[in-house]
Design a protein around this ligand. Structure first.
Ligand code: NAP
Length: 467
């Protein structure tokens, strides 16, 4: 039996994506490196099993697909993708398309595309967000390819994507690495948002001494307001789960060490390379690194006791301020993320449609939130993109929320509670809104030790000081 599309890698994402594709009427040829997994997958496919062609080798997979073929790769980023590409290329024909639907460093996507130039085989970088649930029932899909390639792949991608107001959350965002770049920054914003939510949890747990279920109630309330977002919703869910083994909240017995696979680091590095630092993402990545240093943290907690006496006051005002502080922090993170995307788009001449990015993030993906609808409208207004925070929809929100962010950062710093992402957001905001900064001194220092010269405010040209 021949299939209409191929899929390699039946892990968490691949298996769910394959089921989603089949449910939308496609016949899918599947291959997995470990063959037992393919057999397990076929058993779990139940009534959809008839729509799969299980294959035992890449040769079989290619043979099951009439040319021109479309083959999805859903394997870990890096060496696994290269290995699959090298193994497949000799079996393929000009016109065939390989879709890398895993997370990828967009630089690698560009390199792979360049390597395939003379073969006539297409390489399409596709960012897929939504975790296993999204992959199964509708992810947000960010595509980088030519318009002609998109015409070929969009029927299946839009069919499996999440929908918002009847519109699929799938779009071509530019050529080559555009889709993977935007997906990377999506994950960067996700890192920042998760870290800020964890910091708010820490303030309530360690500053106010509240239990996990009580904190969960706060998050549940927040999810009905301006902070409405999938990540807030699941935080509330997580905090209320009871653990039978310990007899207490499950979250209390989960190790405080967070893993990471690279997209946060890629975001921070790429934003820095573009001269548009995403400081909230940097803080979140660093915080995950610090979280993994549990032995050192334990040792130092015995040496440097936390400040006695200072605490965060447990009042309704504090919780209200915390909600607004998170809103300000989230707006800063989005602003940084979109600015980095706009800068990359300009550098690579992708023409990324920012309104469409905000639109396809409104459903299916991990950072979906009420704010994204407002952001989509802001970009749709045709505002020349400078910074999200210059838009008159967000300036009133920031004007109200920043004093709360300042209050929370101040109280947390005084109480010795670590809040790296919230304080990074505030520090960045205070810098970006300061018309007269302090880099005049930096320029003088640079000229002093390195004759780098400086510009004057009152005269055009390049100058040296008398040092
Ligand atoms: P996973 O559950 O670990 O599955 C990985 C799959 O890749 C398995 O089928 C595995 O086959 C195969 N594989 C691993 N190394 C391989 C190699 N060297 N050659 C050939 N096949 C290999 O991973 P996943 O969570 O589905 O993630 C897949 C991709 O999606 C990654 O790029 C990930 O970053 C991205 N992603 C994941 C999520 C998520 O929430 N999990 C969300 C968005 C994007 P075996 O069975 O033989 O090991």
């Amino acid at each position: 039996m021949s299939a209409s599309i191929g899929l390699i890698g039946l892990g968490v994402m691949g298996a769910n994506l394959a089921l989603n594709i089949a449910e939308n009427g496609y016949t899918v040829a599947v291959f997995n490196r470990t063959l037992e997994r393919t057999a397990e997958f076929m058993e779990s496919a139940d009534e959809l099993a008839g729509q799969f062609v299980p294959t035992q080798s890449l040769e079989d997979l290619v043979a099951a697909l009439p040319a021109p073929r479309t083959i999805i790769l859903m394997v870990p980023a890096g060496a696994a993708v290269d290995a699959q590409m090298q193994a497949l290329v000799p079996m393929l024909e000009p016109g065939d398309l390989l879709l890398d639907c895993g997370n990828a460093d967009f630089n690698q996507t560009q390199r792979r595309l360049a390597e395939l130039t003379d073969t006539g085989i297409g390489w399409v970088g596709v960012g897929v967000s939504g975790g296993s649930e999204g992959a199964r029932f509708g992810p947000s899909i960010m595509v980088g390819c030519t318009a002609a390639e998109y015409e070929r792949v969009s029927p299946v991608l839009t069919a499996i994507a999440a929908q918002f107001d009847g519109k699929p959350c799938c779009a071509r965002l530019g050529t080559d690495g555009a889709g993977h770049f935007v997906k990377t920054l999506h994950n960067g914003i996700e890192y920042a948002d998760m870290q800020m939510l964890a910091e708010a949890y820490g303030i309530m747990r360690d500053g106010l001494g509240w239990s996990a279920p009580k904190i969960g109630e706060v998050f549940a309330r927040w999810n009905d307001g301006v902070l409405n977002a999938y990540l807030v919703e699941i935080t509330a869910e997580v905090l209320k789960v009871h653990d039978d083994t310990s007899g207490g909240p499950l979250v209390d017995v989960i190790a405080d060490r967070a893993g990471q696979k690279g997209t946060g680091t890629w975001s921070a590095i790429e934003a820095q390379k573009l001269g548009q630092p995403a400081t909230t993402v940097e803080a979140a990545v660093s915080a995950r690194c610090v979280s993994s240093m549990s032995a050192l943290r334990t040792a130092l907690s015995g040496v440097y006791a936390s400040d006695e006496g200072a605490s965060v006051s447990a009042s309704d005002d504090t919780i209200e301020a915390l909600e607004l502080a998170l809103l300000a922090g989230r707006l800063c993170a989005y602003s940084q993320g979109f600015t980095a995307i706009a800068a990359a788009s300009e550098q690579h001449q992708w023409g990324v449609p920012l309104a469409e990015v905000a639109e396809i993030w409104r459903a299916g993906c991990i950072i979906r939130s009420r704010l994204l609808d407002d952001m989509a409208s802001a970009f749709r207004d045709g505002v020349e993109f400078d910074n999200l925070l210059t838009h008159d929809h967000f300036t009133p929100q920031m004007t109200v929320a920043v004093p709360a962010l300042r209050q929370i950062v101040g109280a947390s710093v005084a109480a010795g509670l670590p809040i790296p992402a919230l304080s990074a957001a505030l520090a960045w905001f205070d810098g970006i809104r300061q018309a007269r900064g302090t880099a005049n001194l930096i320029q003088a220092q640079r000229d002093f030790f390195g004759s780098h010269s400086f510009e004057r405010l009152d005269e055009a040209g390049s100058f040296h000081g008398p040092w």
